[in-house]
Design a protein around this ligand. Sequence first.
Ligand SMILES: [Zn+2]
Ligand SMILES: [Zn+2]
Ligand SMILES: [Zn+2]
Length: 143
Amino acid sequence: MSHAAILESIDRMKDHGLKHTKKREDLIKLFAHEDRYLTAKQVQQKLEDDYPSLSFDTIYRNLYAFVDIGILETTELHNEKMFRMTCLHDGHHHHHFICEKCSRTIQLQMCPMDFFEQQLKNCLLKSHRFEVFGICDQCAQTA
Ligand SMILES: [Zn+2]
Ligand SMILES: [Zn+2]
Ligand SMILES: [Zn+2]
C-alpha cells in the first residue's frame, strides 16, 4: 500500500481529533505494509519489539478508534475480530476475497448489488456487505 495512504490516514486522524503520536503512526504503517487482515493479538506481537509495554487494551482501543474514523475496517474470521486498512483511498467501490489461511485480500471488481436491486424493487437500500472467503492462490499452492 502506498505512502499516500499512510499520509491520508494520519490526516484523517488529526481531522477527528486523535492525537498524532509515534505509536499511532507506527500502527498505521504496520497496517499499510501488511495489506491484509490482522487480529489485535498479531498487532501486539508485531509491535512488541518497539513497544514492549504496550497493553492489549491500548491496542484494542486504538484499533476501534481507527475503525470509527474509517482508517481500518473489520471482519470476522475463525470467530475472531480482524482489522485491515480500508480501501477508501482507492476511490472505486469494490469487494474482497479474504484468504482464511493468510488473511490476504484480493479485490473483486464486480458489485453484486446490481443483481439484487432487481429483486428488491420497492425497498430502500441503505448499505451492504459482501465478502468471499476461501484459500488464496498462494496458499493453495503450498498446501
Ligand atoms: Zn479493497
Ligand atoms: Zn492465503
Ligand atoms: Zn458493493
